[in-house]
Each structure stands twice: as C-alpha cells, then as structure tokens.
Design a protein around this ligand. Structure first.
Ligand code: BEZ
Ligand code: FE
Length: 291
C-alpha cells in the first residue's frame, strides 16, 4: 500500500480534530471510524468517482427506509456480516446458554399476548407445533418468561411487508407456565429471499450473491433477572443453511421437525387432530451481567 507523507498528515489531522470530544467512548468510536475509513480509501486507492458512488449508495439506502418494517441500513449491516460480528463480540462468554443471532429488520413491537399452545398462523401452511422450556443456566425453569415470536407466511413475506396478511399474522408473545414450558402452534417456516428491490439487493446482484435465508422462526426471549435473548431456530434440513445471505446460522440453533400422524398424543392436548410437524427446543437464558 502506498501512503505519501501528505496523505498520512490528512488522516492525522482528521483524527486529531476529534481529540477534545468530552465523552471518551464517543471519541474512541469517531476516531476509530475516521482512521479505518481513511485506511480503506488508502488500501483500495479510492477514486473520486467511486467515493461519490459510495455516498450515493448510502443516500439511496437511507431513502429506502420507511420507519416501519423497511430498514435498509440493518439489511446492509446484515449482508456485510457486520451484525453477526457485533453479535459475536457481545456474546463471547455465553457458552452455557442459548446462542444468539441477528435481529433483522422485521420485528414489530406490541404484538398480542397468546395463550399456551395458541395458533399464531392465520394464513395457510404446513401445520407445526413447537414446544419446550425456558430455563436459567443451572436448568431451573423460568416461569413467566415471554417469547416474542415472528415468522414469514408460506409466501416468504412478513406481516407488515405484505399488506394482504393480517397485521398480527405469525407474530405473538407467548408466556411460559409455572414449569417454564411454552407451546406454539404455527406453520412450518420456509426459506425466503431478503428484500432485493433496494440498494442492498443491487449490491448482492452486482457481486453475484443470492439473497436467500434458510427457513427460521425469530425469538426474543425475556425473563426478569436475565439477559434478553435474540435468536432464531432454523429448519435443520434447509438448503440455504450453509449460505445464509446474512451469516446468521449457528449449529446449535438447528432443529428437526418430526411429522406426527393424526390424533397423536403430543398434539391432541393442543386441539390438533390432523397430522402436524413437531419440534422441541429448550432455551437457556444468561443471568444479567453485574454492572
Ligand atoms: C430476517 O430474518 O428477518 C432478516 C434478517 C436479516 C436481514 C433480513 C431479514
Ligand atoms: Fe426472518
């Protein structure tokens, strides 16, 4: 890499201009960002046209955001692996607990609370039942934990993205019972492409990457005295597990759905009389880290 003394002086001056930032963390972040942005331009010998094209790309990314479910900057962070890197940095010591993964842009707050075993699917699909427990790292059940869940319909779209779906379709908040158990009636998750009609889609196309995510359910699990867990459960046999467009797959988050015949004793207590796919998964939450 070539760096002339004049170029080094520009970087030094720009970094130093933030030296008086009162908040030390803000100073560290801004100076680090300037240093790395300059190192990037230096490494690839950025041209003026390329700088302008990059700035126009970022402008278009912002213009694509709608303040509801379309958040093109989260999508950008996800497809360049930045979201998963930050996830890894912030969960280094969580080896005894359920692994986390990307949040993604499609969560909607304030979805209805659902009863134990209630169906959250109002659109067709392969019926599925997910059961399990929420415990602490010592295996103690956590009653009253809340599992906030979101999933796409069989057409690969989330409610909010797809105006044909009821707003609360395939979304809801389930509470664990006194033994820490939860039960969710839904449909089998399907693989789906992340949105490709914006700048992030153009980036993927220009670089020969596909936009697909392996089939999954999203979870945000909360219990008093414990760290909130944001994660997914992936269908274990999905063809995109090894090439997730956002790098979110972890081995421990793969689950197998077993086909149960009609009138199976596992499904009957939930009022399911037909055939259904069943999976079981226990979530383990870390304690709140002492301040
Ligand atoms: C999702 O799984 O909802 C998602 C995650 C990252 C980017 C796009 C979608
Ligand atoms: Fe998703």
């Amino acid at each position: 890499m070539i760096q002339t003394p004049e170029e080094a002086a520009i970087t030094e001056r720009a970094v130093a201009s933030f030296a008086a930032t009162a908040d030390p963390r803000l100073r560290e972040i801004v100076q680090g960002l300037v240093r790395h942005a300059h190192a990037f331009a230096q490494e690839v010998e950025l041209t003026e046209r390329e700088l302008l094209a990059g700035l126009q790309f970022l402008t278009a990314t912002g213009q694509m955001c709608d303040g509801l479910v379309r958040q093109e900057y989260i999508l950008l962070s996800d497809v360049i692996g930045l979201s998963m890197l930050v996830d890894a940095i912030n969960h280094r010591s969580d080896s005894q607990v359920t692994e986390s993964t990307v949040f993604g842009p499609f969560y909607i707050e304030g979805m209805p609370e659902r009863a134990y075993g209630e169906n959250m699917a109002f659109t067709p699909g392969e019926p599925a039942l997910l059961t399990g427990r929420v415990t602490d790292a010592n295996g103690q059940p956590l009653p009253d934990a809340v599992l906030d869940i979101w999933q796409t319909a069989a057409n690969g779209m989330y409610s909010g993205q797809d105006t044909q779906q009821p707003a609360t379709n395939l979304r809801g908040r389930y509470r664990t019972d006194a033994q820490g158990r939860y039960a969710i009636r839904t449909i089998l998750p399907v693989s789906y492409p992340i949105p490709t009609d914006g700048p992030v889609g153009r980036l993927l196309a220009a670089t020969g990457r596909h936009p697909w995510r392996p089939a999954h359910l999203h979870f945000m699990v909360e219990a008093p005295g414990h760290r909130t867990l944001v994660t997914h459960l992936f269908n274990h046999d999905d063809p995109y597990l090894d090439s997730d467009a956002v790098f979110g797959v972890k081995e421990s988050l793969r689950i197998a759905y077993t086909p149960l015949p009609a009138n199976d004793p596992i499904a009957r207590p939930f009022g399911i009389e037909g055939a259904v796919f069943h999976a079981h998964y226990d979530f383990v939450l870390p304690p709140v880290t002492p301040a």
